[in-house]
Design a binder for this molecule. Structure first.
Ligand code: NDP
Ligand code: GDR
Length: 370
């Protein structure tokens, strides 16, 4: 049985990847941070009681900023594969905490690679590094492929640039099987609530159910190549099974504006929108609602631009060319954007309905403080 170690196991990709590897028969070890509240929501369905025999899923406390912890864990686990997914992954937040972002995302990757080297595991342990389309930033070429020059536009992008090159360097210097997956945006119903897609699907559900008035949003013109996280974690695994260690772009090859994504999300609930105004003053109103589940009046303002969500430097257009992955590894995405939006919106409607029922039943989460 192969042994995998996943950093960032509690995140969106960590959860899908754990599920994928367990189905393949792996023993999976995950790194989780200590938190004052449970932070394992996304992987609770995989949790195994430490008192039972034959476990194949283990969680360990640790942090990407703590080398001794990482070295000790890798020594104990002796992984065949490491998936380095842990990161402060929010681009806008990285402008607020640039030093921490560099430490966790940039130096954190070095700590993993150097632990493998220090422990003499260079020939045993394969390393996947979660690189990103944010490396392209101010895109020097459209579409972006493995040969497109990088021009990151945020502290996050710059930290990930270091991580990208230190991965290449350890591969070349020490013959390690270390690879970058340059993944374009990928989403799912368990996407973090402050990334734009989930913020939109969650707000659309809440607005339709009368739980929220308006969605405040930033740059509506940003264009992203959005795929489904399930398709992308499969490719992470394929990258580490390849004959040679290389770097790979993973993308759908289609790009969509934030505005178009909003339209798709509301349409999924039978709500037609009409946009008025431009730039910082743009707003969207309800034109019609054909879904009898929702009582939402015509003409209601449901989306408004708020400049606090604009970034000091923006990445305007991302669209990836994943020809290499398709031709050499036979990877093709199985989900399209319509399916992704439908899945996310319906999941958020269910989640919000649950919240409504709990509140109506007197089980509000913050009972203690009322
Ligand atoms: P998430 O933000 O959902 O998950 C990030 C994970 O990293 C969480 O488990 C988080 O823990 C953990 N983490 C953050 N900081 C630390 C730290 N200092 N020490 C240990 N763990 C830490 O991200 P995704 O799952 O979406 O992305 C996975 C990786 O892929 C990230 O590196 C991201 O930058 C990269 N990426 C993501 C893309 C996407 O579109 N999703 C595209 C390209 C790259 P906690 O739960 O406690 O916060
Ligand atoms: P991104 O994702 O920055 O591409 O990074 P995000 O969903 O945060 O933003 C995408 C685009 O939408 C615009 N936008 C908003 N974004 C957020 N979060 N909130 C808003 O209200 C809003 N309004 C408009 C942004 O300006 C941006 O242009 C994600 C992360 O998962 C990274 O970790 C990963 O590396 C990249 O994708 C690929």
């Amino acid at each position: 049985m192969k042994v995998a170690f996943i950093t960032g196991v509690t995140g969106q990709d960590g959860a899908y990847l754990s599920e994928f590897l367990l189905k393949k028969g792996y023993i999976v070890h995950g790194l989780k941070r200590r938190s004052s509240q449970f932070n394992t929501d996304r992987i609770d369905h995989l949790y195994q009681d430490p008192h039972v025999d034959n476990r194949n899923f283990y969680l360990h406390y640790g942090d990407m900023t703590d080398s001794t912890n990482l070295i000790r864990l890798i020594k104990e686990i002796q992984p065949d594969e490491i998936y380095n997914l842990a990161a402060m992954s929010h681009v806008q937040v990285s402008f607020e905490i640039p030093e921490y972002t560099a430490n966790a995302d940039g130096l954190g990757t070095l700590r993993i690679l150097d632990a493998v080297r220090l422990l003499g595991l260079e020939k045993k342990t394969r390393v996947y590094q979660a690189s990103t389309s944010e490396l392209y930033g101010k895109a020097q070429e459209v579409p972006q492929s493995e040969t497109t020059p990088f021009y990151p536009r945020s502290p996050y992008g710059v930290a990930k640039l270091y991580a990208y090159w230190i991965t290449v360097n350890y591969r070349e210097a020490y013959g390690m099987f270390a690879c970058n997956g340059i993944l374009f945006n990928h989403e799912s119903p368990v996407r973090g609530e402050t990334f734009v897609t989930r913020k939109i699907t969650r707000a659309a559900a809440r607005i339709a159910l009368g739980m929220q008035d308006r969605l405040y949003i930033g740059n509506l013109d940003a264009q992203r190549d959005w795929g489904h996280a399930k398709d992308y974690v499969r490719m992470m695994w394929m990258i580490l099974q390849a004959d040679e260690a290389e770097d790979w772009v993973i993308a759908t090859g289609k790009t969509t504006t934030v505005r178009e994504f909003i339209v798709m999300a509301f349409n999924q609930l039978g709500i037609e929108l009409e946009f008025k105004g431009v730039a910082a003053d743009e707003k969207a109103y309800v034109k019609s609602c054909s879904d009898s589940r929702f009582q939402i009046e015509k003409g209601k303002e449901v989306v408004a631009v708020d400049t606090q969500y604009f970034r000091p430097t923006e990445v305007d257009l991302l669209i990836g060319d994943a020809s290499k992955a398709k031709n050499k590894l036979g990877w093709f995405p199985q989900f399209d954007l319509e399916e992704l939006v439908a899945e996310m919106v319906e999941a958020d409607v269910k989640l919000m309905q649950k919240e409504c029922y709990l509140k109506e039943g007197g089980f509000a989460i913050h009972n203690y403080f009322e």
